[in-house]
Design a protein around this ligand. Structure first.
Ligand code: UGA
Ligand code: MN
Length: 253
């Protein structure tokens, strides 16, 4: 099966560094197709060059988040959902471009700042409906994970925050057989989901709890970390920019 990875991405000083970390992992994964979706009016040269530099099979898309839904400079991140329209654009592309049989493909939503281990992709490749696994460093705890019974069924969630959500998982905690998405064309992410319910609302549209396939040794191993990158200090750069001599004038960073 092919793994289609959908990644929303947006411009900031460390964007290329994040994308490079991802690419260096994806290069080790066979049969992976990367759908990179820019949050922008236009595709940027930086991302174009990055993808065309080779090694990975890719699709380059873009869709801007409406201004009212963008976070302000100093607004706390939880106030607005991120990557919503970009993931939906990836889903739309897949639904209109997949080559049958869709049952032979898996879809994974990989944000550009997380840390992924190659084992993660081996785990998800044979997903029949929806696979799930632990995600570390998220939701205010070391690890969030599905609760698995002795007979190997998921029957709940071990999280700090709202474990009673129908699907209390981060975006990075599940993979979906493409068949399920093709057969449920209305399943999309919503800007209107209640805070922290985006993943749960989406999964409710396509799967039942007892159908989930626990991976990573019955959800006892961690292969994905929800890392967040520190904002780089640009104090002197801003000064230099105003003086008309940015350090990155003829060099892509
Ligand atoms: C958490 C979850 O891990 C995300 O999957 C979820 O989208 C997010 O919360 C949410 O509630 O919306 P977090 O680390 O706080 O994630 O979010 P970011 O990593 O800042 O953003 C998620 C993705 O959206 C990233 O790939 C990022 O590049 C992209 N993004 C972010 C945009 O496309 N546009 C933006 O303006 C900001
Ligand atoms: Mn993130």
């Amino acid at each position: 099966p092919v793994i289609y990875v959908i990644t929303p991405t947006h411009a900031r000083p460390q964007q290329k560094a994040e994308l490079t970390r991802l690419k260096n992992v994806f290069l080790h994964v066979p049969a992976l197709h990367w759908i990179l979706v820019e949050d922008s009016e236009q595709k940027t040269g930086l991302v174009k060059h990055f993808l065309e530099s080779g090694g990975i099979s890719f699709t380059h898309l873009n869709v801007p988040t409406p201004k009212d839904w963008k976070l302000g400079e100093n607004q706390p991140v939880w106030q607005k959902p991120r990557g919503v329209l970009q993931r939906n654009a990836g889903l739309d592309w897949l639904r209109s471009n997949f080559e049958p049989p869709a049952s032979r493909a898996v879809v994974y939503f990989a944000d550009d700042d997380n840390t992924y281990s190659t084992e993660l992709f081996q785990e998800m490749r044979w997903t029949k409906k929806v696979s799930v696994w632990p995600v570390a460093l998220v939701g205010g705890v070391m690890v969030e994970r599905p609760k698995v019974t002795l007979s190997g069924k998921v029957n709940g969630w071990l999280t700090g925050w709202k474990p009673d959500r129908a699907f209390a998982t981060d975006m990075a905690g599940f993979g979906i057989n493409l068949d399920l998405l093709v057969n449920n064309p209305e399943a999309e992410f919503s800007l209107d989901s209640q805070k922290g319910f985006m993943e749960s609302d989406f999964l409710e549209k396509i799967v039942k709890l007892h159908e989930l396939e626990p991976k990573a040794d019955m959800c006892t191993k961690v292969y994905i970390w929800h890392t967040r990158t520190e904002k780089p200090n640009m104090k002197d750069e801003e000064k230099l920019r105003k003086e008309g001599r940015p350090t990155n004038r003829n060099i892509e960073v």
